[in-house]
Design a protein around this ligand. Structure first.
Ligand code: GTP
Ligand code: MG
Length: 601
């Protein structure tokens, strides 16, 4: 077995000594500010004729004159540019637990002593918090040098100098006249009640999907808070690995994150090796003396074990730390109490970061993509097809892949295939990670928008119909090629991992969960086809369109039907759907497409 080394820095000895006696001081000055890259001009625009659906029909690439989803013509930032800017912003940012009533004006004046403030916002979690972004990083250091470690009475404090502060009032009379409450930014998704009201009042199903997206997508503030949380965790990890980076990945950055989603992050130690590589000269080569361990996995486990311990013992606001080191992908799970984020920390998860970049590109190419993904994710959650607990259910990641695949299959395609994105690359896009070719074009301004003008209503309806009738028993979903392939193994649901192509990202999904998905998809298609027959009216009291799809399912009766040896509900719905489409069942339902509120418990 290949040996691996744990890239400890010298400061680890000091940190370990501190961990042993629970006293000492871990301090870290932020890394130097990095200039954000200037946006590249649009060199050329390319369309994506390579999609299987287009190939099969012998279609010409669309002229791209009709722009549906990509109304915004301003150049779009590359994923790496966004990451770099956000990370640099986060390094200039602090988190403060404030007194309940604080004068915003005095608060800002007080902090401005340390330098100009770029922006700030307040939010409520377990208390009132402020996120303050200084213009310069030096201001953070200045504030840190003026802050004190609290005296805890009989308890002892671990004097960790982080960027998470408590603001205390010296005397309660200090804030006299202006004790109005500060405006707080919302960090939570809307309640069901509010969502149903908004959907009820929407003008069309398209409007409903866009409303849902607007209400659930991560806000600017929530995104800032996510990057700040990673940056705060990086400060802790940097006590051991000074040149490390803690990078967010998954739905926090891939443009498909919903308010309240978890925060996936990984400890990136790759930078450590890079610095030393440049400094070799002459006949000598200097290497660090390191500890060898039997495998990469053991190295990962050891690193995460120590960081987990550190977060548990010293990480301000980190609670409920669990070290899940024997999982396929070892991780440390914890709650960041102030931000309210459930965090999963792994190490060197570069392929997952690349997957996030790929999804970011798909999410940015056409505004219909995110609207559809958000609705499908909410629909799946509403019917317990997905869960926050790991198990035999479909994940949000798999659902996103299914939507992308479906959009690759439209005519003309709304999204290009991964293979096509690879054909657009330059030498600088080349990316091989752990032997896997993860190359695709990173400049999304060079991908021509789709000429497809289908409405969201139609796409949602057809998504459900497509997957309600998909041959899951023999076909695999493959977004590299944008076409079905024969399943290479017998898992009920096979979605090829786009980079580690021998892997199935939905291997965990059981036959019964897949069947539940199919049943619900058919039922939902049926409801939407029924909806065609009645136009939305402001006076309607019953949930309609998307709202009807989010209500408890009538297919609960499917199991009862099975027990009573009737034809399964999903089969009946499939047949009804066929007849509605062929126009032979004009009035097949007295509910006119409205799902009645299920009062059964
Ligand atoms: P949420 O449900 O909103 O958290 O979506 P998510 O996309 O963040 O999913 P999750 O937190 O489960 O996983 C985080 C990231 O890990 C995903 O976005 C993927 O990049 C990656 N990932 C998750 N599951 C798999 C898998 O089964 N295979 C592979 N290759 N990557 C996965
Ligand atoms: Mg996640």
């Amino acid at each position: 077995m290949r040996g691996s080394c744990v890239p400890f820095s010298l400061s680890v000895a000091a940190a370990l000594a501190m961990a042993a006696c629970s006293v000492g001081m871990l301090a870290r000055l932020p890394i130097c500010a990095q200039k954000s890259q200037v946006l590249r001009p649009i060199h050329r625009l390319l369309s994506y004729p390579g999609t299987a659906a287009a190939d099969a029909r012998g279609e010409q690439p669309s002229s791209g004159t009709v722009e549906t989803g990509s109304e915004n013509r301003t150049p779009k930032k590359r994923f790496s540019e966004v990451q770099k800017e956000r990370r640099e912003q986060a390094q200039r940012t602090i988190l403060i637990l404030c007194p309940n009533k604080v004068s915003e004006k005095k608060f800002l004046k007080y902090l401005s002593q340390h330098g100009p403030i770029n922006n700030h916002f307040f939010f409520e979690s377990f208390g009132l918090y402020a996120v303050v972004e200084f213009c310069q990083k030096d201001s953070v250091a200045s504030l840190q040098s003026s802050a004190r470690t609290p005296s805890m009475g009989t308890d002892a404090a671990i004097p960790f100098r982080s960027r998470f502060f408590n603001l205390k009032l010296k005397s309660s009379s200090d804030q006299t006249s202006e004790q109005s409450s500060v405006p707080c930014s919302n960090q939570s998704p809307p309640s069901n009640k509010k969502l149903f009201e908004l959907l009820r009042d929407a003008e069309s199903i398209d409007d409903q999907l866009n409303t849902l997206l607007k209400e659930f997508q991560l806000t600017e503030e929530n995104t800032k808070l996510r990057y700040l949380t990673c940056s705060l965790i990086e400060d802790v990890a940097a006590a051991y690995f000074p040149d490390c980076a803690v990078r967010p990945f998954g739905s926090s950055v891939n443009s498909f994150g919903k308010l309240g989603c978890d925060l996936d992050m990984f400890l990136d130690l790759d930078e450590i090796g890079k610095f030393s590589a440049h400094k070799t000269s002459g006949n000598f080569l200097m290497e660090f003396q390191v500890k060898n361990v039997p495998s990469e996995r053991v190295a990962t486990q050891k690193i995460l074990s120590v960081i987990g311990e550190c977060l548990d013992q010293f990480g301000p606001g980190c609670v409920g730390v669990q070290k899940i080191l024997n999982a396929r992908c070892p991780l440390v799970r914890f709650s960041h109490q102030a931000s309210g984020f459930q965090c999963d920390l792994t190490t060197n998860n570069r392929i997952a970061l690349k997957s996030s970049e790929l999804l970011y590109i798909f999410g940015s190419l056409d505004s219909r993509v995110r609207a559809l993904v958000f609705s499908v994710r909410c629909w799946a959650r509403a019917h317990s097809l997905t869960s926050s607990i790991p198990g035999a259910w479909i994940t949000n990641f798999s659902l996103t892949m299914m939507v992308i695949f479906f959009l690759q299959r439209r005519s003309p395609p709304i999204l290009p295939t991964v293979d096509y994105l690879k054909t657009l690359t330059d030498a600088e896009d080349k990316c091989i990670i752990e032997g896997h070719n993860c190359t695709f074009i990173r400049d999304l301004n060079r991908i021509k928008p789709s000429g497809n003008t289908e409405t969201l209503e139609l796409l949602l309806k057809e998504f459900f119909e497509y997957f309600g009738n998909f041959a899951f028993n023999k076909n695999s979903i493959n977004i590299r090629q944008g076409r079905e392939q024969n399943k290479p193994e017998s898992s009920p649901l096979h979605i090829q991992n786009p980079f580690e192509t021998s892997l199935n990202i939905s291997k965990n999904v059981s036959q019964s969960q897949l069947q539940k998905f199919v049943d619900l998809a058919r039922e939902s298609a049926w409801i939407l086809y029924q909806n065609d027959k009645g136009q939305p009216s402001p006076a309607r009291s019953q949930p309609w369109g998307l709202a009807a799809l989010l209500l408890p399912s009538v297919t609960k009766s499917a199991s009862r039907a099975k027990k009573s040896r009737k034809k399964p509900a999903s089969e009946r719905i499939k047949n009804l759907l066929e007849s509605i489409k062929s126009g032979s069942a004009e009035n097949s339902s007295s509910t006119n497409g409205k799902r009645t509120v299920n009062t059964e418990s």
